[in-house]
Design a protein around this ligand. Structure first.
Ligand code: HEC
Length: 258
């Protein structure tokens, strides 16, 4: 009896160790985990690189926003990425939004203002699905938080399109992606070299586009990250000083007793 239990626990341990070492998730079948990238914002005191996030917004605007909404963002949030007030106004004004009703009870179109949310490409989920082979493109506001692997997964997904291995049947409207769970994704490869023309001299490669748009999405999912890290540093400094002071007080109080 005891022997059996030991065998069972040994087997369980071996299983856990295999999962940990191989890094595979069994729920996702044979989908490999996207390799970790060197993100500036994942470092202990790291921040979002504003130039990368700005280029990433350009990629989102010119490519992804054709299919994906980012409904939690307003245009005014872009000022946090270093866009000037006038630039934010111009970006907002470049879209037409439906507003109203006016005094006659009619809805009307007007140019966007900084307080508007990012305009969604489709009126509703059904329209989004109908235009994309029955799969609605998900909202990207919190995407880097919503998927296992976070930014590494999103980056891996964007660069992970390849020929299906022989013997694997990809159904009509599907695309083979190394890192998408199950490998068959309804989104065609959205990016390639020179998808977007950068104005700051950065080389417009597929991997650069993917890194930039992922940085932008990571910022969108946690715009308060930098403030949070700065607060962490302040708290640590405060605790350090407090420790020093308490130690000094302790020495003073015990002075005569030693
Ligand atoms: C032509 C439309 C289209 C464009 C353009 C597009 N996507 Fe998608 N995207 C889709 C569809 C459809 C899905 C849903 C795929 C599925 O579930 O099979 C999707 C899914 C995704 C997902 C979720 C994958 C998951 O794990 O569920 C991410 C992340 C994503 N897209 C990022 C992007 C980014 C970043 C861009 C711009 C560089 C982009 N997409 C451009 C149509 C598009």
């Amino acid at each position: 009896m005891k022997m059996n239990m030991m065998k069972t626990s040994a087997a369980a341990l071996a299983f856990v160790a295999t999962v940990m070492v191989s890094g595979t998730s069994f729920a996702a079948g044979d989908t490999p985990r996207a390799p970790a990238q060197n993100w500036s914002f994942n470092k202990l005191f790291g921040s979002f690189e504003p130039a990368a996030a700005q280029r990433g917004f350009q990629v989102y605007k010119e490519v992804c926003s054709g299919c994906h909404s980012m409904s939690l963002l307003s245009y005014r949030h872009l000022s946090q990425l270093g866009f000037s007030e006038d630039e934010v106004k111009a970006i907002a004004a470049s879209v037409e939004v439906t507003a109203g009703p006016n005094d006659e009870g009619e809805m009307f179109e007007r140019p966007g203002i900084p307080a508007d949310r990012f305009k969604a490409p489709f009126a509703n989920v059904q329209a989004a699905a109908a235009a994309n082979n029955g799969k609605a493109p998900p909202d990207l506001s919190l995407m880097t938080k919503a998927r296992v692997g976070g930014a590494d997964y999103v980056y891996g997904l964007l660069v992970g399109y390849e020929e299906a291995p022989s013997g694997v049947e990809v159904p009509e409207g599907g695309n083979y992606n190394k890192y998408f769970p199950g490998h068959v994704i309804a989104m065609g490869p959205p990016l390639s070299d020179e998808s977007v023309e950068y104005t700051d001299g950065t080389k417009p490669t597929l991997s650069q586009h993917a890194k930039d748009v992922t940085t932008f999405m990571a910022w969108a999912a946690e715009p308060e990250m930098e403030a949070r890290k700065r607060m962490g540093v302040k708290v640590l400094l405060f605790l350090l000083v407090l420790t020093g002071m308490l130690y000094a007080v302790k020495r003073k109080v015990w002075e005569n007793l030693h």
